[in-house]
Design a protein around this ligand. Structure first.
Ligand SMILES: O=C(O)c1cc(C(=O)O)c2c(n1)C(=O)C(=O)c1cc(C(=O)O)[nH]c1-2
Length: 243
């Protein structure tokens, strides 16, 4: 049995997982490079809304499994960030505004009618993971947020020149997340480094959990790409799920 990695080595291994982050998915590369059409960007925003509304449900599941009051006191902020509270609107509302900024209506976004089955499956898998697994494992699965500020920053920097037709207030969501994600990661990383450092096997399990979450994000991008790629009309109809 191998000795556990030191805290620093373990954190380094978790960070190395960033090489599989969806920032490298062809759809996100195209987005950054300004190669998406208006319809493709709209499709991404409409589909990603399903992730946005799933996040607070996932965080509520983590809290429901967590008996530690101090952890819950910190974690509840994530739900407020997305749902809002008496004084401020949250990320879900900011995402709807992003939808309007790219030319969708509020109804286009909130009705979920543009959400593809692959995105539903992936997001539901993430929520179900948090419902079923010990809370520390679910906390670990949130650590893709280690890599999120970079992708948010890319959008803030590239969209105004690449997609000048997107209204400026659309970027508010990404700007908010820059600080929120960094704070989330501090708490998530502390829990993960403490809990999984008991043995090398546990540390490797944490890496597997992070991979699961990377896969969730990757599959979401796959599904959106498939749903929005400009292919022959006959093929597209074939791909669309009859209801
Ligand atoms: O736009 C993105 O690429 C992206 C990625 C991720 C992520 O890495 O999970 C999150 C977000 N955004 C995000 O906005 C967000 O609120 C968020 C919460 C979480 C989580 O797992 O708890 N991930 C992410």
């Amino acid at each position: 049995m191998s000795a556990p990695w030191s805290r620093e080595e373990f954190e380094e291994k978790l960070r190395e997982k960033g090489k599989g982050y969806h920032i490298y998915h062809p759809f996100h590369v195209m987005m950054y490079e300004g190669k998406l059409t208006r319809e493709q960007l709209q499709c991404w925003v409409a589909n990603r809304f399903y992730y946005q509304i799933g996040i607070p449900q996932k965080d509520a599941a983590i809290m429901s499994n967590c008996p530690d009051k101090e952890i819950r006191k910190g974690w509840i902020q994530r739900i407020i960030d997305h749902d809002g509270d008496g004084t401020a609107e949250g990320g879900i509302e900011a995402w709807i505004k992003l939808g309007e900024a790219v030319g969708l209506t509020r109804e286009d976004v909130t009705s979920l009618r543009l959400v593809s089955p692959g995105v539903r499956f992936a997001v539901d898998a993430y929520i179900n993971f948090a419902r079923q697994r010990p809370w520390q494992e679910s906390v670990c699965s949130s650590l893709t947020e280690l890599f999120a500020p970079h992708i948010h920053q890319q959008r803030i920097s590239s969209w105004p020149s690449m997609y000048p037709w997107v209204k400026e207030e659309g970027l508010i969501y990404f700007k908010k997340r820059l600080t929120e994600a960094r704070r989330d990661v501090e708490q998530g990383l502390a829990v993960t480094l403490d809990y999984f450092s008991q043995s090398r096997e546990m540390q490797e399990k944490a890496l597997d959990i992070l991979q699961f979450k990377l896969d969730v994000l990757w599959v979401i991008a796959d599904a959106i790409m498939l749903a929005s790629t400009d292919i022959k009309v006959e093929d597209r109809d074939y791909l669309r799920q009859p209801r």
